[in-house]
Design a protein around this ligand. Structure first.
Ligand code: ASP
Length: 332
């Protein structure tokens, strides 16, 4: 029987509330990975699972240091253990998509890495964590999951790391993959992937993560955004900026004039959008402003990519080349 590695990081799946009717006011990241496994005895019939605790936090409190530990542990596990079938990561849902995307860009192994969370704490009536965990293990054990990249399993759906996002604050079906839909689904009959996995680009496969990460703020577009936010970022000497532009990644006149008037070296900048789905394409003014379109990446994923690009020492041309390479390209 093959083995799995379960890396626990906290979140609502490991959360405890005062009573079983408490769905919102609970503490995330309380139970340990062993407790989560103990709640699903059916897993013992499927495989052997070794558990390690990387963190036990609400995912809003996840740090770059946790990401560093996660990445080095997964790389090491795949390198050292040829019989390891895959890795399952329990994670808070709030920033789960960022960790999934980070791993997609850094982990170069066809074996599945599956992230799973829960929308209801472990103590809730009809807690969704146990079934989500069971299904994440089912997915991680199937050979069909190979070659699909890093996966997210929530509410019976299997999502790819690039598209998946949390779209709702409540309800067990809070995750979706806008523009493409899920890669597959999992139920009591088995794991279903309509399309076979293939080879994929892992642009930062060999990259070592530093202790100190570049500063990359995200600025949110709205009617008359405060120009002082962008000015403050430029004065602070941030390494990168992600704009959450309106519509198809539109920057306001105020932001554009701040950029055009800035006398110093500009940070590496990406234009994403606040719509929640659809691509941001290149536009004529990008060159003059020094920005690049983020394609189909939402702002938080654009920030992950931009941070890794900065760590890798890419300049604007290098980042542009990376963004235009499939499958990072701006397909709607
Ligand atoms: N606050 C939780 C978190 O750690 C939410 C969740 O896991 O659903 O992200």
């Amino acid at each position: 029987m093959s083995r799995l590695l379960l890396l626990a990081t906290g979140g609502t799946i490991a959360g405890r509330g005062a009573d079983s009717a408490t769905l919102n006011d609970y503490s995330a990241g309380v139970l340990r990975g062993e407790d989560l496994l103990a709640a699903v005895p059916q897993l013992q019939d499927l495989t052997t699972i070794n558990v390690e605790q990387i963190a036990n936090v609400d995912s809003a409190d996840l740090l770059f240091a946790h990401w560093r530990d996660l990445v080095s542990r997964i790389r090491e596990a795949f390198r050292m253990d040829p019989d390891l079938a895959g890795v399952v990561i329990t994670h808070g849902t709030n920033t789960l998509e960022e960790t999934a995307w980070l791993l997609q860009l850094l982990i170069d192994d066809p074996r599945p890495v599956v992230l799973v969370g829960a929308m209801r704490p472990a103590t809730a009536l009809s807690a969704d964590g146990p079934l989500n965990l069971f299904q994440a293990v089912q997915v991680a054990l199937t050979s069909e999951a190979r070659g699909h990249g890093v996966l997210v399993v929530m509410d019976g759906q299997i999502h790819g790391a690039q598209r998946v996002t949390k779209l709702a604050t409540q309800g067990v079906g809070a995750f979706a993959s806008p523009g493409s839909g899920p890669l597959g689904w999992v139920d009591d009959v088995g794991v279903h992937f309509p399309m076979a996995g293939g080879s994929r680009q892992v642009p930062f496969a060999g990259l070592d993560l530093p202790e100190q990460w570049p500063q990359v703020p995200i600025l949110y577009g709205c009617v008359e955004p405060e120009a002082l936010m962008l000015t403050a970022c430029l004065h602070a000497g941030v390494a990168g900026v992600v704009f959450t532009g309106t519509g198809a990644g539109q920057l306001s006149a105020g932001e554009r004039s701040v950029l055009l008037a800035w006398p110093g070296k500009r940070p590496l900048m990406l234009r994403s959008n606040r719509c929640g789905s659809g691509p941001v394409h290149r536009c004529a003014e990008d060159e003059r402003l020094g920005v690049l379109p983020a394609g189909s990446l939402n702002p938080q994923k654009a920030r992950v990519l931009l941070s890794l690009a900065l760590i890798a020492g890419l300049d604007r041309e290098g980042l542009a080349a990376l963004l235009s390479a499939t499958p990072l390209s701006a397909t709607p």
